[in-house]
Design a protein around this ligand. Sequence first.
Ligand SMILES: C[S@@+](CC[C@H](N)C(=O)[O-])C[C@H]1O[C@@H](n2cnc3c(N)ncnc32)[C@H](O)[C@@H]1O
Length: 338
Amino acid sequence: MSQWIGTSNQQYAPYAMEEIRRLVDGASFTPLSPGEVFLMNTPLDRQTVLQTITQQEPIFLRHLQAVDGTIDISGEATDLERLSDMLGAEALSFKDKRTAVHIRRHPKTAFLFSAADTKAALDAKLIEFGAVPALQDPERIIAIYASPDKLYIGFGSPRDMLSDWAGGAVRFQREEGQISRAKFKLLEAEKAFGLQYAKHQKALDIGAAPGGWTSLLLERGLRVTAIDPADLHPSLSAYPTLTYLKRNASEVKLAEGSFDLLVCDMSWSPMMMCRLVLDLEQALVKGATAIITIKLMHKKPMQTIRDVISRMSTAFVLQKAKQLFHNREEITLYLIKK
Ligand SMILES: C[S@@+](CC[C@H](N)C(=O)[O-])C[C@H]1O[C@@H](n2cnc3c(N)ncnc32)[C@H](O)[C@@H]1O
């Protein structure tokens, strides 16, 4: 038997639960923050659940934390003491480990302490145990979810939790002069799919305006062909490595085998997007990487995703489909050209 807390993007928890139900026999769910955070009980042990979930990672499950302990919140200062004591029981497992403390609070929690105060108290305890409190690249994570009446505490690695960010909420620093928030999606995809865009040479960006994705690829040293009938941000014209085709992608002809990276972020009907990308796929070399967002326009996201993947599989092999933290009503596909 094992207990877990799952998190998805706002309103997508029902889909995450549906995916998990298909993978983990006998899983049952209780909402903690409706549409987003849920408690999961399974008859299977922790290792079996982890293996099953990491092998076929659900698209809509952003974060998963095992429940190794719970504390009934009294609303008194003693809650924090009990939490510290619980860490004490695990002290040895933190020694010499870069350890992050992740705290999430339900808006109606009776737990008195802010995330910052809780973290400060637990970091001090971790130092006593010989651990190294870490914000980035932790080896161990202590994940705490403060529900209205209970603290749920889980210990694990970033891999076990599907993310090294609290609740999978990846934050990037907004830069001076950043062209669009969309840039964060491509940055997050790089991390989530273990890619390095700088290893590519020539990228094709379909639906590029105003140019957040194009700017990231240009900054990484790629030559970029950007297609969009809408205007690109004027700052991009400074790049001699940019070719801008101010047209509808359906009107463009491209030389065969000229790109090793395709990115496409058209907020458009998924099936039309498929048609456009498949019409241009011969411009990619074999083995090219493709990062594509799929807009979930309809009431049935799972069906839309299955249809798109099936269409795209004529020319691509799917590596991973994931709803990233920066995806709103959409998911991101990582594909390789056949
Ligand atoms: C969400 S925006 C892209 C944002 C971009 N990734 C960024 O980082 O700034 C979608 C873009 O797709 C473009 N688009 C939609 N249909 C298109 C088509 N058939 N051909 C080319 N571009 C298209 C739209 O003009 C719009 O600029």
